[in-house]
Design a protein around this ligand. Structure first.
Ligand SMILES: [Zn+2]
Length: 80
């Protein structure tokens, strides 16, 4: 059983759908990794469904990831 098959079983989604989501996740990670940085996040959506999309690389992150990123930037500035 490969990773996609396992995720399909656990999530109840079809293998094609899991594969599609996985491709999107990988593409998003690639955008974020290749961003010239620092990310310039803009909020999309509200509440628990809110996400943050970078104006530069178009990569997006969840609320808690955004929180840690901003914290890291702040501490990075404080340590120089
Ligand atoms: Zn970015």
């Amino acid at each position: 059983m490969d990773g996609i098959e396992t995720l399909s079983k656990v999530s109840g989604l079809g293998k094609n759908e899991v594969g599609k989501i996985w491709e999107e996740v990988k593409a998003n990670q690639k955008c974020l990794r290749e961003c010239e940085g620092p990310h310039d996040f803009e909020k999309e959506g509200e509440g628990l469904r809110a996400e943050y999309r970078c104006r530069k690389c178009k990569g997006k992150v969840r609320v808690h990831e955004y929180g840690w990123y901003m914290e890291g930037l702040k501490h990075g500035r404080a340590s120089t």
